[in-house]
Design a protein around this ligand. Structure first.
Ligand code: NCD
Length: 303
């Protein structure tokens, strides 16, 4: 494994190994504090980010390595018209491993084909976001103790939400999973994901009202309506408040429901929900650092 573009680049066994390694790092972080001494991670972010970029950087620093990079296309030579291919070929001369986020679907695939060092897709447009999925899997595994036999609700912008696409692809590998896909008609999952679900005879239902489906869920994965991927602002304004999770809507939910959100939250989860013990999205943030530590170690061949 030298590149991570989609969760399908990892076998189920590799995912299990990463989760197990992340658990070990959480238990004994000091044992990993010098594993990446002398190594450099480059974070190339052509699109905004808080958690993904900072957790990658925190992960590498926690391993004893160093980081460099840029946090917007404007502060790189992309603003002068440089291609992604030339940018990553340049950065490979300065770093041992690259994490890259780009607004265009497929940009990470192109970039990975140009370099010899490991390259991680930190989000490519509305396509995939595999390290968020690893974060989600680690969180679910730590909270539930397993990744099978779960009813997983995904709610919000299922069309443009790359975290949704990657999580569905990854969880399709586990037994006894059922997806409940909650979205307005205009924001349903893309056909290529639905085709996979249908072809594999995977159990899923598509509903428009969260209230109708919440009681059966073990996991509720809320998502933000992806404003930056809309073709016009009017559609965004019409759809942006389709779902707002409130304590009231949680009344019929299971007592051990696990509420996740990749964040940033706009207003799809009321802050009144944050105090509910079922709200796990800040635990999820924390796990993002540890799973990225595990991933960096694996991709550099250190563990
Ligand atoms: C997500 C992303 O960038 O796709 N954020 C993240 O990485 N945690 C979700 C989003 O932006 O809505």
């Amino acid at each position: 494994m030298k590149k991570l573009i989609s969760p399908l680049d990892l076998t189920t066994q590799e995912i299990d190994e990463l989760l197990e390694l992340a658990d070990r790092i959480i238990e004994t972080p000091q044992a990993f504090a010098h594993k990446c001494d002398g190594k450099i991670l480059a974070t190339l972010f052509f699109e905004p980010s808080t958690r993904t970029r900072l957790s990658f950087e925190s992960a590498m620093l926690s391993l004893g390595g160093q980081v460099l990079g840029f946090s917007s296309a404007n502060s790189s030579s992309a603003a002068k018209g440089e291609s992604v291919a030339d940018t990553v070929r340049t950065v490979e001369c300065y770093a041992d491993i690259i994490a890259m986020r780009h607004p265009k679907e497929g940009a990470a695939t192109v970039a990975a084909s140009k370099v010899d060092c490991p390259l991680i897709n930190a989000g490519d447009g509305g396509h995939q976001h595999p390290t968020q999925t690893l974060t989600d899997l680690l969180t679910i595994h730590r909270l539930k103790g397993h990744l099978d036999n779960l009813t997983v609700g995904l709610c919000g912008d299922l069309k443009f939400g790359r975290t949704v696409h990657s999580l569905i692809r990854a969880m399709m590998r586990y037994k006894g999973i059922k997806f409940v896909l909650v979205s307005p008609k205009e924001l349903q999952i893309p056909d290529y994901i639905r085709d996979d679900l249908v072809r594999e005879g995977f159990p899923f239902e598509e509903v428009e009202r969260l209230e109708d489906a919440i009681s059966q869920m073990d996991i509720l994965y809320m998502t933000r309506v992806q404003r930056e991927r809309f073709f016009n602002e009017e559609d965004y304004l019409r759809l942006k408040d389709s779902y707002i999770l409130t304590p009231e809507k949680l009344r019929t939910a299971k007592p051990d429901l696990c509420i996740l959100h990749p964040l940033p939250r706009v207003n799809e989860i009321s802050v009144a929900v944050d105090d509910d013990p079922r709200a796990c999205y800040f635990k999820q943030v924390k796990n993002g650092r540890y799973i990225r530590m595990a991933l960096i170690l694996k991709l550099l061949g250190i563990e």
